[in-house]
Design a protein around this ligand. Sequence first.
Ligand code: FAQ
Length: 337
Amino acid sequence: MYTQSFNVQDGQAAAPAPAVALAENAAAQAKFDAKINADDKIEPQDWMPDNYRKTLVRQISQHAHSEIVGMLPEGNWISRAPSLKRKAILIAKVQDEGGHGLYLYSAAETLGTSRDQMLEGLHSGRAKYSSIFNYPTLTWADVGVIGWLVDGAAIMNQIPLCRCSYGPYARAMIRVCKEESFHQRQGYEALLVMMQGTAAQKAMVQDAVNRWWWKCLAMFGPPDSDSPNSDQAMRWGIKRISNDDLRQKFVDATVPQAKVLGISLPDPDLKWNEQRQHYDFGAIDWDEFWATVNGNGPCNKERLATRVKAHNDGQWVREAALAYASKHRAVAHKEAA
Ligand code: FAQ
């Protein structure tokens, strides 16, 4: 069952009388509010409002799903990487993304939701994962562009999450961000090398940037005015910077990098605004974004089918691991007796 904390067992204490329960709840809420206002961390054993818990499980599990579904578009190129060096880097990166999924599922489990429940949500199509992973990787340049732009956008979004009010999520994000930083650098470096190559290689990079740019801007989520979860998540210190502000920071940071690379970004309205001290940019196609989020992007069905198959094919591994653990538990028990 769901408990406020993992160390409270079913039936451990008799339910308090309603008036006492109300007073206890008010005191717990006041303690929670004080911690949030003081910018302290909330830990798994602390009392927290149901909606805070639900919001975290929603966001962290979606984030975990994004990491493991996000292994698929690049994993597609491991067998076709152009050199041993690129293959080794790509294998390490894709493996890191799997690791991020595991830290995040573990962080969400501290809130009382099991990994099986979360995976069931993903496999049944009820749970969301990032829109960005529903687009195909058509050429090798896509792998570099995912590192540069997709990981770049992920870092921009995730650095503020290192200061999230929920301790286990914030701590997981510190390590994730360090690894994402390597991912972004390897992608950018691969593109720099291609941009010193043949005309065909340069055209391949430009084509990949043209296909991914707008999808990366949409990755930050709907405009603040259409973001139902933002206000409360900001008040709780889960989100620290709004979707639109992060998007703007990403554009401002990326335009100079595109200049160094020697490619153009596919937006005729992209220009420096002296007054705002930011880049202005064109309109994002939100209809296309929502169609993708709602399951109708180019690769949604394929991605989900691949995940479900991988999960089913791995059933024997989970069974073997459980049998091994129970065998060792039995031996340890016997030795202790
Ligand atoms: N895709 O009210 P908001 C990565 C949904 S990891 C799909 O603004 P919120 C690493 C949203 O869930 C990338 N759905 O929601 C990597 C909500 O629906 P719900 C993932 C989206 O939560 C790189 C509804 O729209 N990163 O890339 C998207 O306050 C390379 C309304 O939106 C994270 O998950 C979207 N793009 O803000 C791996 C970071 N945007 O749940 C492999 C953590 C919004 O009410 C290779 N998450 N929606 O049914 C967050 O920071 C937030 O959840 C946001 C959305 C910013 C994504």
